[in-house]
Ligand binder design. Structure first.
Ligand SMILES: [Zn+2]
Length: 390
């Protein structure tokens, strides 16, 4: 890799108690009067979007709550049309990855003045013709989507998931209000936080790492080790919820500006071939991929031990710190398995069979994050990881 990097981050972060109540001020100073609020039916049913709208103090607004779990270019086009026809002047996404990705697609269409997202190719070459204020309110603490310049949206005509990468889809404001995540069940809290931990560990060790993404990754790892088990054992721990939300957001900024690695390339493939939930795939694969990568980036893993277990770092000789850090990660996953049922093997998901391996490997080799993994991936290496994870 060339000795050059870019670090692009944008969102003003409103984080902590009553963060949602600050949104009205942000709209006012930016001269915005009518947001389009995007969410999904599940969150609407839980009353979470209603709470967000009330706490943001929105008066005039329009809504679209029909974002599906796996969003598509058709959904994006429908929302874009609604935005224009109802005279909205900004976008607020309240939800998890799919809702925020849909909003990113809408913002990309509006910014570029295109009405069909499917017509946009090579998002990096887009010329901005409109300004669209984009506010993200995550309802999980994991994807970090509020800080990333990537959106994954299905194109039903092409029959493929398309990745849109553009700095124009970075949200302008990210709102981390503990009221949005306080009711997440322990198991989902665990798997989403492990996704964030994986973002941070892979960002810190992949071939495109840089000193600024390193700083964000370290801060995220420290927060997750300090807070995750506390929250899983006591879901109403507001301070812990805030820490996990901050951790997921800064891990998002980190990997959006470096990359992820083999945990994600194999994890994406497990999702596509066997419908394994993203966070579960991360939890299952992370220690095995770390053992593969240890020969190349063992020193970096060793450095991270101090943020996972400071006492252990002091008492462990330098040459043994990498393995000790991997053991800390494994220990955390095993304890989460016992306390909330987090899956730690492929068999535990009940979705993956040996006969799926061939397809999983082919897709993983073609995934964008495979090329920046510190140890080059091969079919044999991926099979080995899958067998160990079974
Ligand atoms: Zn992830």
């Amino acid at each position: 890799m060339e000795n050059y990097f870019e670090f692009d981050t944008k969102a003003k972060i409103l984080s902590g108690d009553k963060a949602l109540s600050r949104v009205a001020f942000e709209l006012k100073i930016r001269g915005k009067n009518k947001p389009l609020v995007l969410s999904d039916r599940g969150l609407d049913k839980l009353g979470l979007v209603g709470t967000a709208i009330k706490n943001m103090g929105l008066k005039e607004y329009d809504t679209f709550f029909d974002v599906p779990v796996d969003s598509s270019t058709e959904t994006v086009n429908t929302v874009t049309e609604k935005y224009k026809s109802s005279g909205c002047d900004c976008v607020i996404a309240v939800g998890g990855g799919s809702v925020i990705d849909t909003a990113k697609g809408v913002v990309l269409s509006l910014v570029s003045g295109v009405s069909d997202l499917g017509k946009i190719e090579g998002a990096d070459a887009i010329v901005k013709v409109n300004d669209v204020l984009f506010i993200a309110v995550p309802t999980t603490a994991g994807t970090g989507s509020e800080m990333t310049s990537v959106a994954v949206i299905k194109d039903n005509i092409k029959g493929a998931k398309l990745e849109y990468i553009s700095s124009f889809i970075l949200p302008d404001v990210a709102v981390l209000d503990p009221e949005m995540t306080i009711s997440l069940p322990p198991r989902i809290t665990a798997s989403t936080a492990i996704d964030a931990l994986t973002h941070a560990i892979e960002a810190y060790t992949c071939l495109q790492k840089n000193p600024i993404s390193d700083g964000f990754a370290i801060a995220s790892i420290k927060l997750i080790f300090e807070s995750l088990e506390r929250v899983v054992n006591n879901p109403k721990d507001v301070e812990g919820r805030k820490a996990l939300a901050n951790a997921a957001t800064i891990a998002g900024a980190s990997f959006s500006n470096s990359m992820v690695g083999a945990v994600h390339s194999i994890g994406h493939s497990l999702g596509a071939v066997c419908s394994v939930a993203h966070g579960d795939a991360m939890a299952i694969l992370l220690p095995h991929v770390m053992r593969l990568n240890k020969e190349k980036v063992g020193d970096l893993y060793g450095e991270l031990l101090v943020f996972a277990n400071p006492e252990k770092f002091v008492s462990t000789p330098k040459s043994e710190r990498a393995e000790a850090f991997i053991c800390e990660v494994e220990g955390l996953l095993e304890r989460l398995n016992k306390s909330c049922g987090l899956a730690t093997t492929l068999s535990a998901t009940g979705k993956v069979k040996k006969e799926n391996f061939d397809e999983i490997v082919t897709k993983a080799m073609n995934d964008g994050s495979a090329i920046v993994n510190p140890v080059p991936l091969s079919r044999e290496r991926i099979i080995d990881i899958l067998e160990k994870a079974l």
